[in-house]
Ligand binder design. Structure first.
Ligand code: C6P
Length: 416
């Protein structure tokens, strides 16, 4: 029986009004109104972010930290104001601890190469989990190859939850760094990150949190969490692509060598010796994505206006509804049934390849992702080559969940 979305309790979020902020949501795809359920891959952008980008290029465009002229001052002020907004948003940290990156991937590589590589020795180990994205696996494999350290992997149970006993067993005196996702992109599992950080600190190691899937969906306060490093991407929180942030504790960042050399990261250069700039500029070599960073500031402002708590509560309702609908579909298997989940529904349909599910849904205007989601090891753990994945954001509606399930019913009819 089809559940009636009207009878559900909808938290205080004016989704119809919010949808009007996102011009792309009004598009039609394949002759059907777009139902965009691929938010874990990237989110759509509100008009305020688009206007900010346009305004920057039309009125303020100049290089930052370089010019004495008015435009350069203006660009620098906006670029730094965005940094201050981000610093406040993630828990009121110092702007020195907010490093602009091109995304989660570059933030994790920075920590692997600048923090871990000088530190690691043969016999040391790096701990990750079985449900990491490739961006939080490969940089650690590389640094382990470079240093002779070992990579250890925390297993997950059949629901997609970390096996915490095994995690504690893996933490040893030679564990130097634990790199852990906050929310799994393939399963939606929310890891007990506060507990993990506490355990790792008690073991004398540091923690990098991959916050790519958490930042737009669960409240992130790196200070309360006591995270050592926290990486996220701007494009997954309604900001421009090619933007991101690495938060790092100043005490750690201070001790780390720069990741890349170039303009802006120096204080003085002679052929004999270079003195590096202060934080955070030491890690920001070259002309940055100025417009992108300012656009990310506008995206964070948007999220603050809507309210992270209201977003999380609303998305919980959407996910609960989609999960209940999934339970009614014969031949549908949800991959990732953790007790704590964010807005991701990964699934398989009996006898249908995930790519076929994605393609047929696309014909209905429903955009989902199909495949291994750049997390091949966790696919292997569940014995599948890939899944179909619907991922929700603040602007998705219960009617769109219904459209997803109408599409799924059509797939099943076609493959009968
Ligand atoms: N996941 C997805 O469809 P970048 O590409 O640097 O912005 O983010 C990488 C990344 C790192 N960690 C996690 C948990 C992620 O989900 C992602 C990106 C997208 O699931 C694209 S593969």
């Amino acid at each position: 029986m089809k559940m009636d979305s009207e009878v559900l309790r909808i938290p205080a979020l004016d989704v119809a009004a919010l949808r009007r902020d996102f011009p792309l949501l009004a598009e039609c795809v394949n002759g059907k109104p777009l139902v965009y359920l691929d938010n874990a891959a990237t989110t759509q952008k509100p008009q305020s972010v688009l206007d900010t980008l346009m305004h920057y290029y039309a009125h303020d465009n100049a290089n930052v930290h370089r010019g004495v002229h008015t435009l350069s001052q203006r660009a620098t002020d906006k670029y730094e104001a965005a940094r201050a907004r981000i610093a406040k948003f993630i828990g009121g940290v110092s702007t020195q601890e907010v490093i602009y990156t091109s995304g989660t991937t570059s933030g994790i590589n920075l920590v692997a190469q600048s923090y871990a590589r000088p530190l690691l020795r043969e016999g040391d180990d790096v701990v990750i989990s079985a449900m990491e994205h490739h961006s939080n696996i490969v940089p650690w494999q590389l640094v382990c190859l470079q240093t002779g350290a070992a990579l250890k992997v925390v297993p997950v149970n059949d629901a997609g939850e970390l096996e915490m006993d095994e995690f504690e067993r893996l933490l040893g005196p030679r564990t130097r760094i634990v790199a852990m996702t906050h929310v799994s992109n393939a399963l939606g599992s929310i890891t007990p990150i506060a507990q993990i950080i506490k355990l790792v600190h008690d073991a004398g190691a540091v923690v990098l949190v991959d916050g790519a899937q958490a930042i737009a969906h669960v409240g992130v306060d790196v200070r309360t969490l006591d995270a050592d490093f926290y990486a996220f991407s701007g494009h997954k929180i309604f900001g421009p692509t090619g933007t991101g942030v690495l938060y790092g504790k100043a005490a750690l960042l201070d001790r780390m060598p720069p990741y890349q050399g170039g303009g802006d990261m120096i204080r003085s250069v002679t052929f004999e010796k270079t003195e590096y700039n202060e934080l955070p500029y030491k890690f920001e070599a070259g002309t940055p994505n100025i417009a992108g960073a300012i656009g990310l500031g506008a995206a964070i402002e948007y999220v603050e206006r809507v309210g992270v708590g209201a977003i999380a509560a609303y998305e919980d309702e959407l996910l609960a509804y989609a999960t209940r609908r999934a339970a009614e579909v014969r031949g549908m298997r949800v991959i990732g049934t953790a007790r704590q989940k964010a807005a991701i529904l990964s699934f398989m349909l009996d006898g249908v390849h995930a790519h076929d599910v994605g393609t047929i849904l696309d014909n209905q205007g429903v955009a989902i992702r199909a495949g291994h989601h750049c997390a091949m090891p966790i696919m292997e753990r569940f014995g599948v080559a890939g899944t179909a994945r619907a991922s929700f954001a603040l602007y998705n509606t219960f009617e769109e969940v219904d459209a997803l399930f109408d599409g799924i019913a059509r797939v099943q009819r076609l493959f009968k």
